[in-house]
Design a protein around this ligand. Structure first.
Ligand SMILES: NC(=O)c1ccc[n+]([C@@H]2O[C@H](COP(=O)([O-])OP(=O)(O)OC[C@H]3O[C@@H](n4cnc5c(N)ncnc54)[C@H](O)[C@@H]3O)[C@@H](O)[C@H]2O)c1
Ligand SMILES: N[C@H](CO)Cc1c[nH]c[nH+]1
Ligand SMILES: [Zn+2]
Length: 432
């Protein structure tokens, strides 16, 4: 295995370690500050929420909730072609996620026993949408659509106000399209705390989803348990596997698409062909100079980028499974052959015409994916992320009597005589 660097000189395994650490960076100072904000919002509710909004966002709107009229206006005043693009994306995302839906079931056995599982949407979910340049309408779709399909009772969105105290119109538009129920202009750790505890204004939710900066992510981590959370999404990642059939121009474009997200984003090329590696590196230089986010791209490529020349396709597969990337492109001949071998990736893009941004915006699968190597054990955001299951059991007297001895034996082996008694009391007058 040989490594051609975009800009630095680390070996493959040092790079892997760094990719994981990015997602785990816990800043003690930030944790302390966030714990303080959480405690304050819990104790003082809206008063604290307003104070932090004014301090961190520079302005606190009189009414923290965006009115229904304002949400509807975002839809009526938007560019119709943009609305149509979002509606087309919505259709694909809805179709894909509908396939994920699990039904409740009831199993009625011949002896009168009834067993079942009820699947229901969470009652109320909070959707965090970042402010600033990373406010992505597409992320509103990716969070709200599976929540709707799951049957969530109410979707409450929070997003920081802009410096003018107003919401981002594209975010409001996406909220209107997806049927988000309520929108509040609050952000940061204080918004997460408000959703977790409820304040006079912001209602308490069962689960908080959506990405955010270090303050938001730390608040979600600290409040997990008080409220459920989706995941802590770290900086974006793309890993591309390419053989000699690949086009370096496309490879570079796809790597840059994720590098532009964040200075901590990672863009790595694995290839069996040294010439492809060299040409892709040349293309990266040429294309990035023409893009608007060159400074971010430079930091991302030099910090967490690499082109690695592998001895074989199976070595590429081995390395891909080790890295467990958020996005994995397979730009090889017969890409379908790889699907069953790639165990650790958030989302896999197959062939020359499935570039990563297709998944970010349009194809249908979710773009909220595990990062920093957590694709080893986490899955993409899905309808399952928004449901709760309860099982139920009905037994007849006869069925319980038949099971009695087995249950009592197991209870006694655990030394739990009250458990055993709860069974025998129903059949034995002499029991307690
Ligand atoms: N993985 C994904 O899919 C994805 C998508 C979109 C955005 N993101 C990430 O979301 C993040 C967005 O960050 P952002 O800052 O633009 O928006 P944000 O909404 O996450 O954070 C803004 C809030 O941070 C708080 N804050 C700022 N400085 C603070 C301080 N000193 N102390 C306490 N609180 C403070 C403020 O309350 C402010 O409202 C980026 O890191 C981006 O990479 C990830
Ligand atoms: N690629 C991002 C997740 O890593 C999601 C996104 C939103 N908009 C564009 N891209
Ligand atoms: Zn993206």
């Amino acid at each position: 295995m040989m490594r051609l660097t975009y800009a630095n000189g680390k070996d493959e395994y040092e790079l892997l370690g760094q990719l994981r650490d990015r997602g785990e960076a816990v800043d003690k100072k930030v944790s302390e500050a966030v714990a303080g904000i959480i405690g304050d919002v819990r104790a003082r509710g809206d008063e604290a929420l307003r104070e932090y909004t004014a301090r961190f966002d520079g302005y606190c709107p009189e009414d923290l909730e965006v009115s229904r009229d304002e949400i509807n206006d975002a839809l009526s005043s938007a560019d119709p072609e943009y609305v149509q693009a979002l509606l087309s994306a919505q259709e694909n995302i809805t179709e894909f996620h509908t396939r994920q839906k699990h039904q409740s079931f009831v199993d009625m056995k011949a002896n009168g026993v009834i067993l079942g599982q009820r699947v229901r949407g969470l009652h109320r979910v909070g959707l965090y949408v970042p402010g600033g340049t990373a406010a992505y309408p597409s992320s509103v779709l990716m969070n709200a659509i599976p929540a709707k399909i799951a049957g969530v009772g109410e979707i409450v969105m929070v997003t920081p106000p802009g410096r003018d105290g107003k919401p981002n119109p594209d975010i409001l538009l996406a909220a209107a399209i997806c049927g988000v129920d309520r929108v509040f202009l609050v952000g940061g750790a204080q918004a997460v705390a408000a959703l977790a505890f409820g304040t006079g204004t912001v209602p308490r939710v069962d689960k908080i989803v959506g990405p955010g900066n270090i303050y938001v992510a730390t608040a979600k981590k600290l409040l997990y348990g008080t409220v459920d959370i989706d995941m802590i999404a770290g900086p974006s990642e793309i890993l591309v596997m390419a053989d000699r059939s690949a086009n370096p121009r496309y490879l570079a474009a796809d790597l840059l698409s994720q590098a532009e997200h964040d200075p901590l984003a990672s863009a790595i090329l694995l290839t069996t062909d040294e010439e492809i590696a060299r040409e892709t590196i040349a293309e990266l230089g040429r294309q990035k100079a023409a893009l608007s986010r060159e400074a971010i791209i430079d930091q991302s490529l030099s910090g967490y980028g690499a082109a690695i020349v592998c001895r074989s396709c199976s070595e590429m597969v081995e390395l891909a499974n080790l890295i467990a990337p958020e996005h994995l492109e397979v730009v090889c001949e017969n890409p379908m052959e790889y699907v069953g071998k790639l165990d650790n990736a958030g989302s896999i893009f197959l062939g020359q015409y499935a570039p990563e941004p297709l998944g970010d915006y349009f194809a249908g699968p979710n773009h909220v994916l595990p990062t920093s190597g957590t694709a080893r054990f986490f899955s993409p955001l899905s309808v399952d992320s928004f449901v709760k299951r309860s099982s139920f059991i009905y037994y007849t007297r006869e069925a319980l009597e038949e099971a009695k001895e087995d249950i009592v034996r197991i209870a006694n082996s655990e030394g739990l005589s009250a458990h055993a008694n709860s069974i025998t009391v129903r059949f034995d007058e002499q029991a307690l």
